[in-house]
Ligand binder design. Structure first.
Ligand code: MCA
Ligand code: AMP
Length: 504
């Protein structure tokens, strides 16, 4: 089962060479033969630049089939793919380039001015461009290379990707994900979700995260299924294409937005086989409303950047609202108390996972890696869970200070550090409060300095805009005289959450 992930993904490409692999919104199509050739060209181009297996390739480009070919080309060449959210600002990118020391950064032309400067400062030797239509300096090199390439014969433990996950200290950590991790998860999801001939995936997720790239694309490629590949989550567009698709994957916000659209009917979903939700908790209300409106029962699953998918509700069998289903084959779960001992079934504890899907550690952070693994190799997810008698898992909360907004993770510490740098701010606390569209909304509670009376909401947001991706910006800011603290001096975020829960 080990080896280069690409050899698994391409298993049916030759037999399906002329079939459509990817269709864009304006109708442009790419066949499986195109996927094979284009990814080979990328691999040859990057090798031609002087990159060697294990070198990192940082990528901040808009979603497009060409961005996917770039990922697949990295796999083929044994290079380590490092996808970056398109919302990240220069300050965030600067950190990633400095930490990961990639051999090349590929970005859209609009970003080159500041990217060249950032790359120079961080010693990244090459900056290439790639636009959503496939043009750019990467394409120029690719066009001059062969469309044949021998897939690098890497070992299962070799790295395929590094994904940054931020962290409770405010310092992002690079999760090192191997070919074995990704292959194990891909094969297990293929079986668990019953992928079959004729399946068509409606793909509207970003491809710089696990959900859109590893879960969605791997399942479709491995099955040689066509993907509608769109860079929009507009519910009208989704509804236009549901009748031509069989599988949809989304975060809860996609489902609440679909429900808000009166065009969602049983008729539009008639040809659909499976609706899958993950990345954030799906409200029971959404689960039941969706079933009532469409006749379809959403299949909720649970995963993490560090682990890929861990659990899933069943394809055949009862999908239970408020649960994330059972452990996937090959995944071991353990729910433990504060002493690390298994809790009685039904009690809440910290969720640990072990399996071929679990990453090997954080990039250049051996101590942090050690902290998160038990002596017998279980990884601490930071999620709190309960297991029912029949093995279904419910995620009841998190023991990490994390906000999930529309499926994107926001670590409060990172936002607090930026707010606290603003002149006139003494300190801040960032919390998540319930939000009808994004599930949770980033909310800041700020204490001004005595000379900071002119610091207002607008000023803070304007300032943060320069250093943080938009989805991390507080949707609301409250000013207070002091933050509530416990006897140890720790800010009592639970009290703040209670106070501001309904104060939007
Ligand atoms: C956009 N905005 C957001 C978010 N998205 N603010 C907070 N949270 C967000 N998630 C900002 C926009 O910049 C904009 O700001 C305003 O909110 C409204 O934007 P809108 O046009 O409504 O947003 P959108 O472009 O339609 O995006 C919403 C979205 C998107 C489709 C839900 O956030 C999304 O694709 N989420 C999925 C993320 C994902 O794939 N997560 C998987 C991670 P302004 O008005 O100022 O311009 S992988 C993972 O978590 C694990 C492994 C797992 O289990 O899957
Ligand atoms: P990420 O770091 O982006 O990989 O986010 C992983 C986190 O998202 C997990 O640790 C959970 O807290 C959360 N998560 C993912 N899927 C679900 C789900 N179905 N229900 C509840 N939380 C989820």
């Amino acid at each position: 089962m080990t080896g280069n992930l690409f050899t698994h993904l391409q298993r049916r490409f030759a037999a399906r060479a002329d079939d459509t692999a990817i269709e864009e919104r304006e109708g442009t199509v790419f066949s499986f033969g195109d996927v094979a050739c284009q990814s080979a060209r990328v691999a040859n181009a990057l090798i031609g630049l002087g990159l060697h297996p294990g070198d990192r390739v940082a990528v901040q480009v808009d979603k497009s089939p060409h961005a996917l070919f770039l990922y697949l080309g990295c796999l083929r060449a044994g290079l380590v793919f490092l996808p970056l959210n398109t919302a990240y600002q220069p300050r965030e990118i600067d950190y990633f380039l400095g930490d990961a020391t990639p051999g090349v950064i590929v970005c859209s032309g609009a970003r080159t001015a500041w990217m060249l400067e950032t790359a120079r400062q961080q010693g990244v030797p090459h900056v290439l461009t790639l636009e959503a239509d496939g043009t750019g300096t990467l394409a120029e090199i690719c066009n001059a290379t062969s469309d044949k390439q021998t897939v690098h014969p890497c070992g299962g433990d070799d790295l395929a990707a590094i994904l940054y996950t931020s962290g409770t200290t405010g310092r992002p950590k690079g999760a090192m994900i191997s070919h074995k991790n990704l292959t194990a998860n891909c094969l297990s999801l293929h079986d668990a979700w019953g992928w079959r001939d004729g399946d068509i995936l409606l793909h509207v997720l970003p491809i710089f995260h696990v959900h859109g790239l590893f879960v969605a694309c791997h399942c479709a490629l491995y099955n040689a299924s066509k993907m509608y590949f769109f860079d929009t989550a507009d519910s009208d567009v989704i509804i236009d294409y549901l009748p031509r698709s069989t599988v949809f994957m989304g975060v809860p916000t996609h489902y609440t937005r679909l429900l808000d659209n009166p065009r969602l009917t049983p008729e539009t979903c008639r040809g659909m086989r499976l609706f899958i939700s993950g990345s954030a908790p799906l409200l029971e209300q959404t689960f039941y409303d969706f079933r009532k409106r469409t006749g379809h029962t959403i299949l909720e699953r649970y995963g993490m950047t560090e682990t890929g998918m861990n659990t899933s509700n069943p394809l055949n069998g009862e999908r239970i609202a408020g649960t994330v289903g059972k452990a996937l084959p090959g995944v071991k779960l353990r729910i433990v108390d504060e002493d690390g001992l298994p809790v009685t079934r039904g009690d809440v504890g910290a969720l640990l996972v072990k399996g071929d899907n679990v990453f090997s550690g954080y990039w250049r952070m051996p101590e942090k890696t050690d902290e998160e693994f038990t002596a017998d190799g279980y990884f601490a997810t930071g999620d709190l869970a309960r297991e029912t008698e029949n093995g279904y898992i419910t995620i009841v909360g998190r023991d990490k200070d994390l906000i999930i907004s529309g499926g994107y993770n926001v670590y409060p510490k990172e936002v607090e550090l930026c707010i606290d740098e603003i002149p006139g701010v003494r300190e801040s606390a960032v919390i998540g409060v319930p939000h009808p569209d994004f599930g949770e909304a980033v909310t800041a509670i700020v204490v001004r300095d005595p000379d900071g009376r002119d610091v207002d909401e607008q000023r803070i947001v304007d300032d943060l805009r320069n250093s943080l991706a938009k989805f991390k910006l507080p949707k609301t800011i409250h000013f207070v005289d002091e933050l509530p603290r416990n006897a140890m001096g720790k800010v009592q975020k639970n009290l703040l959450r209670q106070r501001y829960e309904s104060a939007r």
